[in-house]
Design a protein around this ligand. Structure first.
Ligand SMILES: Nc1nc2c(ncn2[C@@H]2O[C@H](COP(=O)(O)OP(=O)(O)OP(=O)(O)O)[C@@H](O)[C@H]2O)c(=O)[nH]1
Length: 204
């Protein structure tokens, strides 16, 4: 008899002291082998509303200090917010480049250097503007006993995705952080074409 492999699995947890505070890191894997992590801080009861951020991998912004996007700034701000609030969760999804992967993101950046915007560049390469799935968030949040969340995001797609997975999103907390001269056009395009809830006066 063959047993069907689960689509997503929890693997293990460990202490993760950081510059912001002492987190616990939890590892998850997809049947495809793709690995993801969640960072939790503090404690809560299953009925509590927990502050969370869903963050998609951005090697250039998160680890290499790029100012082409707002990713690294948002990652730091989210971890600091969680520590300031006393508890929370960061789901770090390894879906680099809105799901197209690191090298395709570099190809897309190359096209953006010639004048395309972030959506046009994806489409020129034959990809949709955003290929991400948030389905694994359900297992991550269930594993951490989180049923209701306050979501730090400007991206309405993340709110809809969680609601569709049966997670109650009680509030959206804007995370307008990290506007630079290098990412102003990128953030404006996200607002105009991807529905991000940035205040338009930021781009004046
Ligand atoms: N294809 C592509 N991906 C990009 C570009 N700039 C940043 N990214 C990726 O965009 C994703 C940003 O993800 P998130 O930080 O979760 O942000 P978001 O979906 O904009 O939503 P919030 O920050 O929650 O409002 C990461 O996977 C980055 O690698 C780009 O120009 N092209």
């Amino acid at each position: 008899m063959t047993t069907k492999q689960p689509k997503y699995e929890y693997v293990s947890s460990a202490r993760l002291p950081t510059r912001f505070g002492d987190f616990t890191i939890h590892g998850f894997v997809e049947a495809s082998g793709q690995e993801h992590v969640a960072l939790s801080y503090g404690q809560w009861q299953p009925e509590d509303v927990v502050p969370i951020r869903i963050h998609s991998e951005c090697l250039t912004g998160d680890a290499l200090f790029s100012t082409r996007c707002d990713c690294g700034f948002q990652l730091e701000k989210a971890l600091q917010n969680i520590v300031d609030k006393g508890c929370g969760v960061l789901l770090y999804l390894r879906q680099e480049g809105r799901g197209i992967g690191l090298l395709n993101k570099i190809r897309a950046y190359n096209l953006q250097d010639t004048g395309m915007d972030t959506v046009e560049a994806n489409e020129h390469l034959g990809f949709d503007a955003d290929l991400r799935s948030y389905d694994i968030c359900k297992l991550m949040l269930d594993t951490l006993n989180v049923n209701q969340v306050e979501l730090m995001t400007n991206n309405p797609r993340k709110m809809q995705a969680l609601e569709q997975l049966g997670i109650n999103v009680t509030a959206r907390k804007p995370i307008d952080h990290g506007l630079t001269k290098d990412n102003k056009h990128y953030l404006k395009t996200k607002t105009e074409k991807l529905g991000h809830a940035f205040d338009p006066h930021l781009f004046k």
